[in-house]
Design a protein around this ligand. Structure first.
Ligand code: MG
Length: 258
């Protein structure tokens, strides 16, 4: 009896293996039909993505090195050699923006003066209300939710990716504007995703409201679009290559009626 079991086992194992092989072949041929969603998409617009120093072809150029005509108070700042230096006044775009992608380059002063919030302070305000802090945070400690790249007094950057004083740095920011109900309550909050020198510092951060120096964050109903402003905080920060894109929403596909 024990001999029969001993000889039957290899045969059983071989048959099992064959069965598994055939079922695998059957399953793979069943899966070979390609899945398609059936959604009809518009073709994604073809753009020229630009270069390290030029904007994408679908961008609104706010500063290309020549003038700050796109901004109110733009004539207050100094412009030389394709670079605009903060001087005397905060500048605001004449055009208003809601959801957008913003690119700019900045350099904090090569000559280090002051410390904490007093060193190389400026800032990018979306809708004139929501500040992503610009500061010289290279070997310069301050409160973490007020250092360079912070959503001011709401969220520090995930890392400190600052370059040294005088060195050019990049900021690439995606801003989603808040939406409000008729009664002034928040329908959906604002969000920011940001890269500092190519490094992610905010990943779809949900803003708690406007960023204030002297009060907690809170929302107040406002129009769908407002200016982007760049802060004068008394320090000669340099800026160049500033552009914004509004074409950032998902394409709208349609499923044909059955
Ligand atoms: Mg600031």
């Amino acid at each position: 009896m024990s001999v029969q079991i001993f000889t039957a086992k290899p045969l059983f194992t071989a048959l099992s293996a064959l069965a598994i092989l055939f079922s695998c072949i059957a399953a793979s041929s069943w899966k070979s039909d390609e899945y398609k969603s059936g959604i009809v998409w518009p073709e994604p617009p073809i753009i020229n993505p630009g270069t390290a120093t030029t904007a994408p072809s679908d961008a609104i150029v706010l500063f290309d090195g020549n003038n700050l005509d796109a901004f109110e108070n733009g004539d207050a700042w100094e412009i030389a050699d394709g670079v605009a230096t903060v001087k005397g006044k905060t500048i605001r775009t004449k055009q208003t923006f809601g959801d957008c992608q913003l690119h700019l380059e900045f350099a904090s002063p090569a000559e280090v003066k002051g410390d904490g919030q007093g060193r190389g302070n400026s800032g990018i305000y979306f809708m004139d209300k929501y500040e992503l802090q610009v500061l010289d945070s290279f070997n310069n400690k301050t409160y973490f939710d007020g250092q360079c790249g912070a959503i001011y007094k709401q969220q520090p950057p995930t890392v400190n990716a600052c370059r040294g004083p005088g060195e050019w740095q990049r900021l690439d920011i995606v801003f989603t504007a808040p939406r409000f109900n008729e009664d002034g309550s928040v329908k959906s909050p604002a969000y920011i995703t940001a890269f500092h020198n190519g490094v992610l510092i905010h990943n779809h951060f949900e803003l708690l409201g406007g960023t204030y120096w002297d009060q907690p964050a809170h929302y107040e109903k406002h129009p769908d679009k407002l200016p982007i402003s760049i802060q004068d905080h008394g320090n000669p920060i340099r800026y160049r290559n500033i552009w914004v894109r509004e074409n950032i929403h998902p394409l709208d596909g349609k499923k044909p009626e059955e």
